[in-house]
Ligand binder design. Structure first.
Ligand SMILES: *[C@@H]1O[C@H](CO)[C@@H](O)[C@H](O)[C@H]1NC(C)=O
Ligand SMILES: *[C@@H]1O[C@H](CO)[C@@H](O)[C@H](O)[C@H]1NC(C)=O
Length: 926
């Protein structure tokens, strides 16, 4: 199966390779590829290795760095990539059934002027290779992997930055001739190089090309670094020779490495070193050659001693005997041995040996199990090959792992399947690739707005297909009746093609959104007369008329809008809004949102007359439609959305979220360079205005109202976090994003910063966004966004509700404290809650106040994982409301605590022995 797979891939990839892969013939030395990432032109270094620029890469940016004592040109540049959810791959061509060394190096050099040391993953194909953790801006991090090529190309991908941005300095490929790394596991495992040591080295400099024709880097044993070859036994001596060592084949260690060694004059050689990536199973070999001219009477026999590995000591080494002569290589080793992270080893002479042990070199590699990646890799590779000149087809690596290509979505299975393909408006030509019909896990297919011709393929192989968008192409032929057999099909858009024949009757009766207008030769059979048919028929007639009558290009957008509106009416009148799958939530399906004409909005807002708010994203205007409906119109600042795609992402996301505690999104408009979002109008403004602003502070909102507002907002957030799949992180919760309606019920607004969380995996984003005072410090430091960042912001809002003070203030928190969280922690840590309670609050139950104050502190815990989920917070607020309501009912009997009640100090006594951190970790007392 492996062979068939590889062959297929080879056939499908071969033409692509000529175009975009690094041509290894460019390298001076056969079998070497040396990429100078970020370099602008080719150069040859002092070793004679020719470096080529990676300027064929269309992704990422280049940076120039300068690091003291590092003059090699390839280390003066690097290429870096956005810290987003994508992966960035280099693809290198290789010869199948050949072993290679691939080496990637990373010299940070503070290229981003940030001094936040980057941390990100490197993968080799779909296999996680290493996590690069930069811990020093001037040290080169190196990763090496030995592999047997099974495909004609390999990819090295950077992804998943948890801090900083992923970057790379060099990428090298060294082809071996044959076999010393051959092993029985190599079809399923790679070897990651952990240690390659030249003992008895004459200097600190490593031995590499040209001494090693494969440019392996043999590290000197005299380098001083932490836990590298420490605990050297007394009596350890360096020896060397100028005589040639018979190494049989050139893949064995080079002469220069074998010509030096250490001997244990006192009978022992001992070393300790850290093995990165271990404990693990590994490939470990020693390289030995007798390079001392011993007298005939002397013997050199020794054993290896590994703690916890008694079997290893059974073998006795006698180099001269084992190698059948002096100056000849003997290489005892283990193909599969379990080694610890901290490896201590000793070579000890046997009792009958006159000489101490000798060691020339050593190599230890860790086995890394191959991951095969997506089950649909082959199909997608074949597809990408068809479009070699398109950026989207060159993303490289596996379509799903470690991160999906930008235009696909994948299931979370062990071997992921493609669930969604989105290639709308990509200038695709030719037939719809038949490969799609082989994607058994496909749920959504978006190929609309291309120039695809030919007939619609049979999708019977994709039983999970739910949504098919192939409208606005040049498709011909009929609608295959087999479409009606797709059990999960809910949306089928084929309008504006050149389809012909009869719409299969079963498609018309299927529970389905079907749009086949704009296909002049496509018609329904005779005597079918349901409501949908009439509706669609009318539409078809209308559009034909329009197209025939007025071919003016300018009318096309209008026509589209009309069609779109009618479609959305059709949807709602059928009550058929399909349940959204996780993938569809993320799709920029602007089609599903209502599109307003700019003229409509201009009219409703009386030419943007009344400004009712503004924020980082734009200005909000009041509007009123002819039918009396009031709206809030947000005109986005032009550069907020870098492109149409971002905008339509936003819009489609908004249009799919409905909850009574979220401000309702009504539609959008993108016309004349303006991007506009239309929301329901919220009569009572923002919570911020009520707490500090334009709404009169005198008629401030009482405690129970504040609790209700908090509860409403928490429910809205809870819906984003748990009600939406994948969950949505708001990212910018603050009092000005909590809006109040006529009845003073709260709704959360402004999803401008929302981003969809993928399968609960936390986000990595390049830019920390949010508002000062509400920003989760953990997110700020790690750039790792989770729903707990929203919980932090919500905790700040709770503290504001309790205290009536702004999140950040220069005045209200006293000296050295500008931040409400610090301030509240300080007081509550001292058991003093009274000082943080808003003095304008007239009456409240101390129990409910405590509950909320405690929960608020938990929400702002420094450590995201210690913060409660928003649903728990909502529940606590509900309990607090119940306490208040209970007190209201029995008011008079149970005394309501006024702000002057001394009973508030009671819990403080219990608290006095606890530090703040202890305190917030306590379970809530009930
Ligand atoms: C090495 O040996 C262990 C234990 O016998 C086995 O589980 C493993 O699959 C072997 N191979 C590799 C490459 O780890
Ligand atoms: C599609 O092709 C047209 C004309 O060749 C070109 O202007 C446009 O940029 C292309 N669009 C994409 C997405 O490649």
């Amino acid at each position: 199966m492996g062979a068939t797979r590889s062959l297929l891939l080879f056939l499908s990839l071969s033409n692509l390779l000529c175009l975009l892969l690094v041509d290894s013939s460019m390298a001076q030395i056969p079998g070497f590829v040396s990429l100078d990432c970020g370099g602008t032109d080719n150069h040859t270094d002092e070793l004679g290795i020719e470096w080529s620029s990676d300027n064929y890469m269309s992704r990422g940016q280049i940076a120039t760095i300068s690091v003291a004592n590092e003059t090699r040109r390839q280390y003066t540049t690097l290429r870096y990539f956005p810290a987003d959810d994508n992966k960035y791959c280099y693809t290198l061509s290789v010869v199948r059934r050949t072993r290679y060394l691939v080496r990637s190096t990373f010299l940070y050099g503070n290229f981003d002027d940030n001094n936040v040391y980057p941390k990100f993953d490197v993968s080799f194909g779909a296999t996680h290779w290493a996590t690069i953790v930069v811990s020093d801006s001037t040290t080169i991090e190196t990763q090496e992997l030995i592999f047997l090529a099974t495909d004609p190309s390999v990819s090295v991908c950077l992804s998943n930055a948890s801090t900083g941005q992923p970057f790379i300095s060099t990428l090298e490929l060294r082809q071996f001739n044959g076999s010393i790394y051959m092993n029985q596991y190599e079809n399923d495992f790679f070897l990651s190089v952990s240690a390659r040591i030249n003992f008895g080295a004459e200097s600190d400099a490593p031995v590499r090309y040209p001494d090693d024709p494969f440019d392996r880097i043999w590290q000197s044993d005299s380098i001083k670094k932490a836990n590298y070859l420490v605990d050297v036994a007394p009596g350890t001596e360096k020896i060397s020779t100028v005589k040639m060592i018979d190494v049989m084949r050139d893949e064995w260690p080079p002469q220069k490495v074998m010509q030096t060694a250490v001997v244990g004059r006192n009978g022992s050689l001992t070393y300790r070193l850290n093995l990165d990536g271990f404990p693990s199973f590994g490939w470990a070999f020693t390289y030995l050659a007798e390079i001392e001219d011993l007298s005939p009477a002397s013997t050199r026999k020794f054993r290896l001693v590994l703690p916890g590995n008694p079997d290893v000591s059974k073998a006795v080494v006698n180099i001269q005997e084992n190698a059948q002569g002096k100056y000849r290589l003997y290489e005892p080793g283990y193909y599969n041995i379990s080694l610890p992270f901290v490896l201590s080893f000793r070579f000890g002479k046997t009792a009958d040996s006159s000489e101490g042990p000798l060691l020339n070199a050593m190599e230890i590699n860790k086995y890394i199990e191959k991951s095969y990646g997506s089950a649909d890799g082959l199909v997608l590779a074949a597809l990408a090959v068809t479009y070699p000149s398109f950026d989207w087809a060159q993303e490289g690596g596996d379509p799903c792992v470690p991160a999906p290509w930008t235009w696909v979505r994948c299931s979370s299975d062990m071997q992921p399947r493609i669930t969604s393909i989105k290639l709308s408006g990509k200038n695709l030509t030719g037939d719809i690739p038949r490969e799609f019909a082989k994607l058994g896990g496909l749920v959504e297919l978006w190929l609309n707005n291309n120039s695809l011709a030919g007939s619609i393929p049979d999708f019977s192989g994709c039983p999970n297909l739910k949504i098919i968008h192939i409208e606005n192409n040049l498709l011909t032929g009929g609608l295959p009746p087999s479409l009606a057999d797709l059990p999960n099909l809910r949306e089928l858009y084929v309008q504006n093609n050149m389809l012909s024949g009869e719409v299969p009757p079963r498609l018309l009766t299927k529970d389905l959104i079907l749009n086949y207008t704009g296909n002049p030769d496509l018609h329904e059979g005779d005597n079918r007369g349901n409501r949908k048919k009439i509706f669609v028929g009318l539409l078809a007639g209308g559009s034909v008329l329009l197209i025939v009558g007025i071919t003016s290009f300018f009318l096309l957008p209008t026509l589209k809008r009309i069609l779109r509106k009618l479609c959305s009416q059709e949807k709602s009148s059928d009550g058929l809004l399909p349940e959204r799958s996780p993938s569809s939530l993320a799709d920029p399906a602007a089609e599903s949102a209502h599109c307003f004409a700019l003229s409509e909005i201009a009219e409703a807002t009386n030419n943007f007359e009344r400004k009712i708010g503004s924020g980082g994203f734009g200005v909000v205007y009041y509007g009123r439609f002819k039918d009396g409906k009031e709206i809030a119109v947000k005109v986005l600042i032009n550069d907020t959305f870098q492109g149409k795609r971002e905008f339509s992402n936003e819009v489609s996301l908004l249009s799919r979220i409905h909850h009574r505690n979220l401000v309702q999104f009504l539609g959008y408009c993108q016309e004349s360079g303006k991007s506009i979002l239309v929301y329901e109008f919220m009569h009572n403004g923002t919570l911020r205005e009520h707490l500090y602003g334009t709404f009169d502070r005198g008629q401030g909102i009482d405690w129970i109202k504040r609790l209700e507002i908090a509860h409403d907002a928490a429910k809205g957030i809870e819906y984003l976090h748990v009600g939406c799949v994948p969950s949505i992180i708001h990212r910018d919760l603050k009092t000005s994003n909590i809006l109040l309606d006529k009845n003073m019920r709260a709704k959360v607004g402004d999803f401008g910063l929302s981003k969809i969380a993928v399968d609960g995996v936390s986000h990595v984003s390049s830019v920390v966004r949010g508002t000062v005072g509400y920003l989760d410090p953990e997110y700020y430091i790690s750039q790792q966004l989770t729903d707990k960042s929203d919980v932090y912001s919500f905790g700040v809002i709770l503290l504001e509700l309790i205290s009536g003070r702004e999140a950040i203030s220069n005045e209200s928190f006293g000296s050295n404290c500008r931040n409400i969280v610090q301030w509240a922690k300080m007081h509550m840590g001292n058991g003093d809650i009274r000082s943080i309670i808003d003095p304008t609050l007239q009456s409240y139950e101390s129990q409910s106040m405590w509950k909320i104050a405690e929960k608020a502190l938990m929400c702002v815990h420094a450590n995201g994982s210690a913060r409660p989920p928003i649903s728990e917070v909502a529940k606590e607020i509900q309990d607090a409301i119940a306490v208040e309501k209970g007190a209201e009912i029995s008011s008079g009997e149970v005394s309501r605590h006024s702000a002057h009640s001394s009973s508030l100090n009671l819990p403080a006594v219990e608290l006095q022995h606890l530090s703040v951190e202890d305190y917030v970790n306590q379970p809530t007392p009930r």
